[in-house]
Design a protein. Sequence first.
Length: 301
Amino acid sequence: MLDEQGVAPTATARVDVLLDAMRQRMLAGGIEDPSADAELILGHVLGESRGRVQALAVMRAEITPADAAAAVELTEERARRVPLQHLTGRAPFRSIELAVGPGVFVPRPETEVVAQFAIDALQLVPDPEPIAVDLCTGSGALALAMAHEVPRARIWAVEMSREAFAWAERNVAEWGDGRVSLVQGDATALEEIADLAPLAGRVHVLVSNPPYVPSGMVPRDPEVRDHDPQLALYGGEDGLDIVRSISRSARALVVSGGTLVIEHAESQGRAIREVLTADGWRAAATHPDLTGRDRATTALR
């Protein structure tokens, strides 16, 4: 177990005792759900599932000093508010698990609701090979969720950041199934992205989780403030600069009757509906996530 200084154990450690010490250390660091993080960290070290770690704790199983020391080291990092996903290198998203780390925005559970709107719209397209575009793809979460859950779809994913693009490349190689085309480009200048030119007027679903944090509103959580790339967070003075650009330029890509899905902060729904309507989009509507907070706005071309 951990000693008072958080030093790694020198003898074989019992899983239940080690987990309790890990939880206490992370709780002291301000982690809201230290039990889940402790089990996931130890599972990562052992190469086991969280359920298996829980079973080992119940059985009071023992692990090697080396494994216990590795778990202690990662616990210290987590207590310093390094994102859990940076420590494990993986982030679950719907039915897939993505590679993530420094330089890429870590996908959030609330974005899974945004993915659902895009997936539902894709599934309703009568075309045998519907087309979707994911702007500001980051790790590739939305694009790859669509590809994984709508196997007949073809997806184009656009990302500007070189660092995020590298992570998306890894994830597309793992989950893309040869149906996801990754494009490096600026979502605010779609007309300059040559790879998208052949898609003009052919895209059935266009989805984006753009930067939407107002520039003067610094996130409070250290995991977000200190570790998520600023390029993926901030969207200008009111947070809607990228949304405005997408609203204007994406209409050239989307087929008549096609669907636009945009993620945003809970206070931005009305403003985004007004932007979309002014640009000629139809039936703009804002939808809540599973916590009841406004999370996505959809519209029709």
